[in-house]
Each structure stands twice: as structure tokens, then as C-alpha cells.
Design a protein around this ligand. Sequence first.
Ligand code: UP5
Ligand code: MG
Length: 204
Amino acid sequence: FDHTKVTVIFVLGGPGAGKGTQCSLLVQDFGFCHLSAGDLLRAEQHREGSQFGTLIQNCIKEGTIVPMEVTVKLLENAMAAAIKEEKGKDGWRDGRGRFLIDGFPRQMDQAIKFDEDVCLASTVLFFSTTEEVMLGRLLERGKTSGREDDNVESIKKRFNTYNQTTMPVIKHYEALGKVVQIDSSETVEQVHSHSKAAVQKILD
Ligand code: UP5
Ligand code: MG
């Protein structure tokens, strides 16, 4: 696809910060195509004939990062498919495709590869709150989510990877002046009103 004809916003923040929840609301406001790297990996894990099923399952349970080639390829394919489908529809406005890329990049090598091979993101929406809040939300969700990583052991490992590996990515984009930080400790509606205003500013 034509890389100059897409607007990409990365959505980052710790496990359970509310990335997916806020992305869904922003899709309703602005008609983005929302791609969650974690959701794409979980779909690939369960796809019949995938050679990466076991690898992905192990990484997700251990809270470690799946090798970047796998994730970048899944995102690139999903973007190309969306562009093919969406032209003329909501995610496609003024000749541009708009993407919210949720939960990616979470390691520096992924960020560099995506920048080089796919396109540059215009902004990073960074949802931040405390580990206490995130833990509470994930344990609550774990009662019904069926996610293999919504248990205390996996959550602690996810926090660790987030602090060690993903925070440096956020710092990198911060140095480039691309980060908009939003406190996601408040209610879904309150966080949404801040997110909506921030995205409106980006698109203006
Ligand atoms: N909730 C949300 N907002 C709330 C609010 N304001 N007040 C009260 N409750 C709120 O929300 C989590 C829960 O909290 C929900 O029950 C929600 O209702 C409630 P959600 O919006 O789902 O939060 P999110 O930030 O999306 O949390 P998620 O668990 O999806 O974050 P992770 O970043 O941990 O998960 P992800 O799916 O992105 O990645 C999973 C794994 O995949 C990673 O650990 C890694 O192993 C792998 N991965 C890679 O290897 N590479 C990648 O590039 C991406 C992922
Ligand atoms: Mg999510």
C-alpha cells in the first residue's frame, strides 16, 4: 500500500491501562481502523496451520515479546487488508487511511522496523496509571476473559516487561515530541473525554 496515504497513531500503556477500551471508543468517534497487536497474535496463535502457535502461546503466558518479524508482518498484512476493504468507508477519509495501532511497538527493535518497513507514526497516545489500578482491572477481567495471561503470575511478568522493555520505547518517542500522555486512572468516560480531545487535536 501507499505509505504516504496513511495516518498511524500508536497506543501504548501498561497491561490493563485501558488501551483496547479507549481505542473502541475512538473508533466510534473518528472511524479509525483499530488493530491490536495482542489480538492479532492471539488470532494467529489459534489459526490452523500456523507455525507460530506454540511460540506465541509461550510468550503471552510469560509476558515476553514475540519476535518482531512475526508481529510486524501480522500488522502489515492487517493494514493492507483494511485498506483494500475500507477505501471509501469510515476508516478512510480525505484519501487517507487512519489506524490506531494498539499495544505496539513495545520493544525498540519493533519500533525501528515498523518505522523503516511500514511507515512513521504521527503520535503516541500513552495511557498511564498505577500498577495497583492495572492489577485490579486485569484480575477482575480474568474472571471471565479466558485470557491465559490474566493471572497474578503472568501479570507480574507483564509489568516487568513493560517497565524494562516498553518504557524505553515511550521515552524514545517522547524525545521526538510525539507522546501525548493521558491519565487512565479515572472512569472510562472521563478517560475517553481526554482521549477524544487529544485525537481531535492530532487530526485538526
Ligand atoms: N477498564 C478499562 N478502562 C477502565 C477504566 N477507566 N476504569 C475501570 N475499568 C477499566 O482494559 C482492561 C480491563 O480494565 C477491562 O476489563 C476493561 O473493561 C477495564 P483494556 O482496555 O482491555 O486494557 P488494555 O490496556 O488493552 O489491556 P491488555 O490486557 O490488552 O494489555 P496488554 O498490553 O497486556 O495486552 P496485549 O494484548 O496488548 O498483549 C498481550 C501479550 O501479547 C503481551 O504480553 C506480549 O506477550 C504479546 N505481544 C507481543 O509479543 N508483541 C506485541 O507487539 C504486542 C503483544
Ligand atoms: Mg488490549
